[in-house]
Design a protein around this ligand. Structure first.
Ligand SMILES: Nc1ncnc2c1ncn2[C@@H]1O[C@H](COP(=O)(O)OP(=O)(O)O)[C@@H](O)[C@H]1O
Ligand SMILES: O=C(O)C(=O)C[C@H](O)[C@H](O)COP(=O)(O)O
Length: 319
């Protein structure tokens, strides 16, 4: 294990990410850059950059890409004591393409990967680490029946084990089983302490994208706290009396928005765990997302340690 109780444990799959250096089209690229990506690891990296303890819980293959994922997590100061090596399955890979209109599109090569064999028995070692917050994601639910069962098990047992539950639906229709994934995610909501979701995801999960209605529907389903992300339109968090308050995007140059939501969630969650009110937490999340958007890669745009810790100190000042 990696020392004392983690603030956050993120459960999911991290993969090697290949993309053209300037974010160009895959169809014509001559050389590809190698990164490591994965929504849950990205969020853990943000939490760690802010000075809190974050651990990644996953499985990787016994291959160079698995080594790379683990080394990258360590380089990001994310604990890897909950990452196991599967000798029989490979580490997942994905490619990021740039479309002619500038949007990004991902192509997955992760079916049958080591992380897609995550299963209910993994719950014991994850809960034994007693993270203050357990970060669960709809991607893990979409990886297959056994990772989905692990997510359900963790959600059911987390509070009893002293962990709060954070859920990012991270809907990925490209992974398949979409209707089942939505149904599973809805069934988890009564166990969720913080739901961080996109406006489009709210429409799918809760039947509305209107912020006031999203907050009301999530609360009616048993969720304690909501962070609603809306791309260029910024985000909403719960203000006084629980009504949604708006935090505008802080982004300037938009180079690559993939990873922005993970930075926003990591920043918001770390700030809340450090005692900041939702408004300051949303401001920090928005600031971190802006940095990620301005650079290629999911986490390269995060501020350095000193700056990140100063930003967190500002968010928690006066609390
Ligand atoms: N295209 C964009 N232009 C400006 N800001 C953006 C853009 N995409 C994301 N953001 C910022 O990043 C935050 C999180 O991104 P969002 O796209 O909502 O999440 P996700 O990546 O989970 O879909 C937003 O609240 C906003 O502050
Ligand atoms: O799609 C997946 O399975 C991944 O994990 C790849 C990416 O790293 C994340 O999708 C980034 O997620 P966002 O921050 O929501 O843009």
């Amino acid at each position: 294990m990696n020392g004392p109780r983690p603030d956050v444990a993120g459960v999911g799959e991290a993969m090697v990410l290949l993309q053209s250096p300037a974010g160009g089209a895959l169809a014509t690229a001559g050389l590809l850059e190698v990164h490591v990506g994965g929504a849950e690891l990205n969020a853990c990296a943000t939490v760690a950059r802010l000075g809190l303890r974050a651990w990644f819980a996953s499985r990787v293959g016994d291959d160079p890409f698995g080594t790379r994922v683990v080394e990258q997590a360590r380089a990001l100061d994310v604990g890897t004591g909950l990452v196991t090596v599967d000798p029989d399955r490979p580490t997942g890979v994905f490619f990021k393409d740039a479309l002619p209109d500038g949007r990004r599109r991902v192509h997955y090569y992760r079916s049958g990967s080591a992380a897609s064999a995550l299963d209910v028995p993994d719950a014991a070692r994850i809960l034994a680490a007693r993270p203050r917050a357990l970060l669960l994601s709809g991607i893990t639910v979409a990886l297959g029946p056994s990772p989905a069962a692990l997510v359900r098990e963790l959600a059911a047992r987390a509070r009893g084990a002293g962990s709060t539950v954070v859920l990012d639906p991270n809907l990925r229709p490209a992974l398949g089983s979409y209707a089942t994934v939505l149904e599973t995610l809805r069934s988890l909501l009564p166990a969720v302490d913080l739901l961080a979701l996109g406006q489009d995801e709210a429409a799918e999960l809760l039947g509305t994208a209107d912020p006031a209605e999203v907050f009301a529907a999530a609360r009616a389903a048993g969720v304690r706290e909501v962070l609603l992300k809306a791309g260029p339109d910024g985000a909403w968090y719960a203000g006084e009396g629980g009504a949604p308050r708006h935090e505008p995007s802080a982004a300037g140059r938009v180079v690559d928005p993939v990873g922005a939501g993970d930075a926003m969630l990591g920043g918001y969650l770390a700030a809340r765990l450090a005692g900041a009110p939702p408004a300051a937490a949303a401001r920090l999340g928005s600031r971190l997302a802006a940095g990620v958007i301005a650079t290629v890669g999911d986490t390269r745009g995060l501020p350095g340690r000193e700056e990140a810790r100063a930003l967190l100190a500002t968010a928690t000042a006066g609390t």
